[in-house]
Design a protein around this ligand. Sequence first.
Ligand code: DX5
Ligand code: ZN
Length: 231
Amino acid sequence: MATNVRIAPSILSADFTALGKAVQMVERGGADLIHVDVMDGRFVPNVTIGIPIVAALKRAATVPLDVHLMIVEPERHLESFIEAGASMVSVHIETSQHVHRTLSSIRALGATAGVAINPGTPVSTLEAIADQLDYLVVMSVNPGHVGQAFIPQSTSKVHAARHLLDKAGNRAPIEVDGGITTENAASLVGAGAEILVAASAIYGDANPTDATTRLRNAALKGTFASEANIK
Ligand code: DX5
Ligand code: ZN
């Protein structure tokens, strides 16, 4: 059961001609993190942003930057992203030959170390590092684009991941990323998600400030629901 919920708007759907304003809009709506989707056109089909944008976002944001590395060989770029301002860095287990070492490197550089798993990657893949990660990103779409449909099996995957982390004695939060809306937020929180990423549901809305607040309010219904189950 998730006890607290953080909202992480993904700037990938924001207006890139006014990124500072885009960050202020969601912070006004209560955003807890800014999710930054880095894509290299190799691990995923799309190419998006890199170090200069992370550095610019760091100047604009007052909340931490949650940098999601959808790139091959992420270990080669950790120092640059953390120096540019990443507070949280997640790497895909599918790209990491030495994910145990990569997590230690992220922490040694002063950031919080996350692992992301694709929809096709089973939770069991995490067994050997379940006590090592600071947060887990469960992809609820196949990474690479905004505006994709939520994969319904993701909810039970969040529940299974929570069970695996708890079994390893690790209270690391679970972040869900992809196709998140006010429709599925509560059930994800009820399954154990504590960080919700949204790009199109927030920046695709006419009012990203209100959309951020609405997403949190929808998510919190999941907390009450899961608490009720416990009583
Ligand atoms: C997908 C990215 C997601 C994406 C979310 O590859 O990791 O963060 O930007 O976009 P929406 O919320 O529109 O699915
Ligand atoms: Zn992402």
